[in-house]
Design a protein around this ligand. Structure first.
Ligand code: 6CS
Length: 292
C-alpha cells in the first residue's frame, strides 16, 4: 500500500525533523548540500555560479513573506524581489528550499543554499553571522488570538505580567527572541512548527496567543489578529548572504537600490499587502541594531 502524503505533510514532517525540503522542479530533486558542492566564498564565484546554475534561497513558506506555489515555484514578497534583482544580474533561475527559521543561517553556512530570502528579520545576533542586503520589508508583529481575544492579550508586557499566559512561537524565530529578551520564562513559551501549527495550537487551546508577523497571521483561518504590538521591536528584512560572498552582495545591492526606485518594486510589495514606502530611508545598520 502506498501512502499518498501531501506536500504540506512532507514539509511539516521534514521541518519537524529539523530538516529542509528542496523544491524547484520536483520533490525528487531534493537538494541539500550538493556532493562536491559549491565552495563558499568569492562573490564573483557565487555570481558566476548563480548565472550558470541558478540561485538557491531558503524560505519559510509563510505567506505573504514567502510562499511555495502549487506548481512548486517560489513566490512571496521577498522571493519576488530576489527574482527581479537576479534577472537584472543575469541570473534567470531562483530555487526555493523550505526550512525552519532556526536552520536558515546554519544551512547558509553549510552551503545548503546560497541566500536566505524568508523575511528573516534583522537583529544583532543574525547580523553578526550573515550580511543582509539593503532593507526590502519593514513590518509589524501581532498576536493571533481566539475570536474576541478572551484573554485580552495585546502587549509583550501583558505576557511578562501574567504568568498564566502561554504564547506560541516558531522555533528560533524573531518572536521567540522578543519574549526571551523581555524575560518571559520558558514555561510560557510554546514552540509550534509553523504558521499552520500555531493556528492549530490556538484552536486546541494549547496556547492563549500566537506571536507572529501581523500579515502572516492575517493569512490564517479562525484567528483574530491584534493591532500591531506597541512594545515589540521594529522588524525589517532583506536577502541575507554569507560574509564570504561580499562581491555578490555588492553587485546585488547596486541592482536592488536601482530596482527599489521602480514602480515594479512597489507593485510586488503591494501585491503581498506590504506598504513599500515604510522601508524608505531605513538602513541595514539601523535594523541590525535591534537587540536579540
Ligand atoms: O525573522 C523571523 O524569525 C520571523 N520572520 C517571519 C517572516 N516569520 C516568523 C519568523 O519568526
Amino acid at each position: 500500500m502506498t501512502t499518498d502524503i501531501s506536500r504540506r505533510q512532507l514539509f511539516r514532517g521534514a521541518l519537524a525533523l529539523g530538516g529542509v525540503v528542496a523544491v524547484g522542479g520536483s520533490l525528487a530533486a531534493c537538494s541539500t548540500t550538493e556532493p562536491g558542492g559549491p565552495e563558499a566564498g568569492g562573490g564573483g564565484g557565487l555570481l558566476d555560479r548563480a548565472r550558470a546554475q541558478g540561485l538557491r534561497i531558503a524560505i519559510g513558506n509563510e505567506p505573504p513573506y514567502t510562499e511555495l506555489a502549487a506548481d512548486g515555484t517560489v513566490t512571496g514578497a521577498e522571493p519576488d524581489v530576489v527574482k527581479a534583482v537576479c534577472a537584472r544580474l543575469g541570473i534567470d533561475k531562483v530555487e526555493g528550499i523550505v526550512s525552519g527559521y532556526d536552520a536558515m543561517i546554519p544551512g547558509l553556512k553549510a552551503n545548503r543554499w546560497d541566500a536566505i530570502a524568508a523575511g528573516l528579520f534583522m537583529k544583532k545576533s543574525r547580523c553578526a553571522e550573515v550580511n543582509y542586503a539593503a532593507p526590502v520589508i519593514v513590518s509589524t508583529e501581532s498576536f493571533g488570538v481566539k475570536p474576541g481575544n478572551p484573554k485580552n492579550v495585546l502587549t509583550i508586557a501583558d505576557v511578562t505580567d501574567r504568568a498564566e499566559l502561554r504564547v506560541g512561537v516558531v522555533p528560533g524565530g524573531f518572536e521567540q527572541g522578543i519574549l526571551e529578551g523581555a524575560g518571559v520564562p520558558a514555561q510560557q513559551i510554546v514552540n509550534v512548527t509553523d504558521a499552520r501549527g500555531g493556528q492549530d495550537a490556538l484552536a486546541a487551546d494549547r496556547i492563549d496567543a500566537f506571536l507572529l508577523p501581523t500579515l502572516s497571521l492575517r493569512e490564517l483561518e479562525g484567528v483574530e489578529v491584534t493591532d500591531p504590538i506597541p512594545d515589540a521591536p521594529k522588524t525589517g528584512s532583506s536577502a541575507a548572504f554569507r560574509p564570504d560572498d561580499a562581491d555578490f552582495l555588492e553587485a546585488y545591492n547596486t541592482e536592488l537600490e536601482a530596482f527599489k526606485a521602480t514602480p515594479e518594486f512597489d507593485e510586488i510589495l503591494e501585491k503581498w499587502g506590504f506598504d513599500p514606502t515604510v522601508v524608505d530611508g531605513v538602513t541595514t545598520e539601523e535594523l541590525c541594531s535591534v537587540d536579540g
